[in-house]
Design a protein around this ligand. Sequence first.
Ligand code: SF4
Length: 166
Amino acid sequence: MNYHKYHSVDVVNGPGTRCTLFVSGCEHQCKGCYNQSTQRLDSGHPFPEALADRIIEDLSDSRIPRRGLTLSGGDPLHPANVEDVLALVTRVHTECPDKDIWCWTGYRLDELTPHQQQLLPYLDVLVDGRFEQELADPSLRYRGSSNQVVHRLSERAKASVPRIND
Ligand code: SF4
């Protein structure tokens, strides 16, 4: 897997203070894509194990408490990314169990393959669906267009994240 950017302290992509990873590779080609440079799978840089270690360290850093990890892109659920994202979320789930994981994808929840569905038990929230320019609305919370859905997957997300449109 390649990635574009890693923000160790991020207050924009999801609730609270977070670590955010933008992976490379997206096959949706949405009109008006806000992150076109991340669409190619071979764009960005190879994702090293050392960065996975860094993410765990940052999530565990008590000096700047993080609420959790955000996965964006690109598309973390691109079939070519699933194995590496699965390895990362498994580590976060095991080594930082109190941190939540939010993931943005262009696939709809109901069209995920069994391969992609392997990630779901590790995600607290999945924001799904292509970006539809005709439905774009900057006032939407956590979404770029109104067709996208904020799915609260985990029990703790259902308890702590206000219902938006799941
Ligand atoms: S899903 Fe996101 S990154 Fe992929 S083309 Fe659409 S807007 Fe761009």
